[in-house]
Design a protein around this ligand. Structure first.
Ligand code: CA
Length: 219
């Protein structure tokens, strides 16, 4: 596992990289926000430990840029800012967890491991049905290894169906899983989206069980 440590304080940086190395991680250490962005752009890391108060580019800005590029790299924020608002802002900006300085090295290592565990569990949560693959995390669908572009509603419908392959879901059930209570729901909205999905994926992928509902996969 390769980690990027982004920390401008030399003492903390040395201690943390040594602690993470002792725990078996390969650690690259950069000292400012710009160097962090360069490293994140060229290096392939499994996770980043990110200080918020950084020279050249603030840690929060580094995180926001990363997420705006749809980069799902796990990020643990290490911050001296103990204010709840900062921690909430960090989590809202897409951090996976945070730790408040001064922290214990053992706790840092434990949190890094916990974030990596959660992330790999999410990454393996692909929904697969024959040659149809849906990634709930990245919001992508491939069919016969070709990417398929779906609207948000089509994606949500397909996700609901693929969560229970082989099961027949009623129109009512699908409506519940796709629409929130604010939606002005046309009476045949689900049918319309299913129709579009079948056009994109092939009619055989989603079966219409007459009078009952829809299913993907075998019985
Ligand atoms: Ca700092």
């Amino acid at each position: 596992m390769r980690l990027l440590l982004i920390e401008d304080d030399p003492m903390i940086g040395r201690a943390v990289s040594a602690g993470l190395a002792d725990a078996g991680f390969a650690v690259d250490w950069v000292h400012d926000g710009q160097a962090a962005e360069l490293s994140l752009a060229v290096g392939s890391y499994d996770m980043a430990v990110l200080d918020l108060g950084l020279p050249k580019k603030d840690g929060m800005a580094v995180l926001t840029t990363l997420r705006s590029r749809a980069n799902a790299l796990p990020v643990l924020i290490a911050t001296a800012r103990d204010a709840v608002a900062d921690r909430v802002a960090g989590l809202n900006a897409g951090a996976d967890d945070y730790i408040v300085k001064p922290f214990d090295l053992d706790e840092l290592v434990a949190r890094v491991r916990a974030v990596l565990r959660r992330h790999s569990a999410a990454a393996s949560s692909l929904l697969v049905c024959g040659r149809l693959v849906l990634d709930p995390l990245r919001k992508t669908v491939t069919h016969r290894d070709e990417p398929v572009t779906l609207s948000a509603r089509e994606f949500a419908l397909l996700e609901a169906l693929m969560q229970r392959p082989g099961a027949v879901l009623s129109r009512k059930k699908l409506e519940e899983s796709v629409y929130n209570w604010e939606d002005d729901l046309g009476s045949n909205a689900v049918e319309v989206h299913i129709h579009r999905l079948r056009k994109k994926l092939g009619a055989e992928v989603i079966r219409n069980v007459r009078g009952v509902g829809y299913r993907v996969g075998e019985d």
